[in-house]
Design a binder for this molecule. Structure first.
Ligand code: 4GT
Length: 224
């Protein structure tokens, strides 16, 4: 799976090259290609933004620079996503759907945003990671890459993903490891019993209890 990232701050993506995603990159399962929008400025000072028509605070990224950056990587089979608080809020269902694509192009805004004309011209879909405002789309893009990559074949062990799809829409059961006693708290007896059928039932019951208590909206299927 290939991710092309159009951004003014490619250095911000260093953290995602660690751990599980880092291993997937080294194994050529995931490819993260960073395109610095600034490289496409034709200005002698490499300027990419300007003041908003109509007035107001902040700077807007110019459409021509973004367009030229996009032209350098464009692929008619890729899905172009603009990370934006105006987009649909990312949910696990959408994460799974995006993981079926071979090539995603992620456009990250900064400052007060990007000129609307280039968004209308190149973007297929806008995605938000939640109802709050950030200084840029880079962290949302990393959230999308991390969540989508988990579903790409070879990134995780098969069990890690399958287990989730059975228990869809429920929170996870609590997990324990050694020591058996920690600060006078014992690990639930059933987990030491070796009775795998009872353990499975106990875990399912815990999932329902925890979801009911912490996120009843997930069970009721409420949108927010
Ligand atoms: C929030 C989100 C996002 C921003 C989100 C354009 C300039 C948007 C700054 C950018 N804030 N992007 N994707 N909730 N800010 O996903």
């Amino acid at each position: 799976m290939k991710f092309d990232i159009l951004t003014l701050f490619p250095e911000m993506f260093e953290p995602i090259k660690q751990s599980i995603i880092g291993r997937a990159i080294k194994n050529n399962i995931i490819d993260i290609n960073l395109i610095n929008i600034r490289d496409f400025s034709r200005d002698k000072h490499k300027k990419v933004d300007d003041t908003p028509y109509g007035g107001g605070a902040g700077m807007i990224i110019r459409p021509d620079v973004v367009y030229d950056a996009y032209q350098s990587i464009k692929d008619k089979n890729a899905r172009v996503i603009y990370m934006s608080p105006q987009g649909k809020v990312l949910k696990q269902e959408k994460v799974k759907e995006l993981s079926e694509h071979k090539h995603l192009i992620l456009l990250c805004g900064h400052y007060e945003g990007i000129d609307q004309r280039v968004i209308d011209e190149i973007v297929d879909e806008e995605i938000s990671i939640g109802d709050y405002v950030l200084t840029g789309g880079e962290i949302p893009a990393m959230v999308l890459i991390d969540s989508v990559s988990r579903y790409v074949e070879g990134v995780l062990k098969k069990e890690s993903i399958e287990c989730e799809s059975f228990s869809r829409d429920l929170l996870e059961y609590p997990q324990y490891t050694r020591p058996e006693i920690f600060l006078d708290k014992k690990v639930p007896e059933i987990l030491l019993s070796g009775h795998h059928d009872n353990i499975r039932k106990w875990r399912e019951k815990m999932q329902e209890e925890i979801t009911n208590k912490k996120r009843p909206d997930l069970i009721k299927g409420l949108k927010n």
